[in-house]
Design a protein around this ligand. Sequence first.
Ligand SMILES: [Fe+2]
Length: 350
Amino acid sequence: MAKIVLGMGSSHTPMISMPPDLWGLHGERQDKHLRELISPRSCEVVTYDQLLAEADPKIASALTLERFTAQYNQLQRGVAELSKTLRAVNPDTVIIVSDDQDELLFEDNMPTFNVYWGESIKLMPWAVPEGTGPAVKAAVGGYGDVEMDVPVDAALGKHLIEFMMDAGFDVAHSRYLKEEYGGSIGPAGYVWWKRETKPRSHGMGHGYAYVVKRIMENKPITILPIGINTCYPPNQPTPKRCYQFGQAIRAAVEAWDSDKRVAIIASGGLSHFVLDEEIDRQLIRGMQEKNGEILCSLPKERLNSASSEIRNWITTAAACDHLDFELVEYVPVARTAAGTGGGWGFVRWQ
Ligand SMILES: [Fe+2]
């Protein structure tokens, strides 16, 4: 019988790989133009100026390089701790639970749950257009800087898909990447406009590539990429469904006729692009107390835009219910006076 011997959760914000003296610039450049800023108070899409108007004025006085540097150091400690733990436990396979953000999946076909079970999956460093600023350049390297084929546990993938179909989860599956990916997202729900991505070559999504680059330090262990449509209406799974899916992942691993030691990692979250410390702390309390009711009842209207990646953590927490939880770091970062930024978390279950 295979076993889940380790669980982890890691944020994968570009800020982890971006020097802190660029955080303010990044916030100014990106956040003022973001069309998917959602107020944690109204749960409505707002402009940067609207967010600024309702923000606590104390945020502005805390935007210092000294504070950013301390927070950056906390992020590095979080990554280093998880990386060290993964090496020490040395599992046979690492299930990565993450999501796609206009990378490989568009509205020609958007699965709620997807399992990739090819023999390998390509990691391709992102192309950086000429004239890209230093903040973006530094950040993209965090999603892979070496092209490689990462081995995939196809046998576990096949088993998991078959198990899920019997367990009432009609999962989608994929086995290879195409030459090019492009398409559109929206308008639907909070994505109030049609967002187009021109066809281009693209390797595994950022959530998986981040784990290979930063947590595995470019020395990949065999992975199994599981995708959840956390982000895009109208078929995002509810928190409760994510929890049940995580329980089913654990049951599938334990029903697998193999002696492999399996790890599972949630990649993404916590709240962003607008910091919502309250929802982050609810999630953390649910994980700490192993309280399925808290995790299942996180309000889905607070889990949109990038904060939706909290669903990956709910799933992973359910799969790790038999292990002891530890909060390694939680770093709530406001990078602009409007409170844009995010709650960056690093946890493990052993
Ligand atoms: Fe993400």
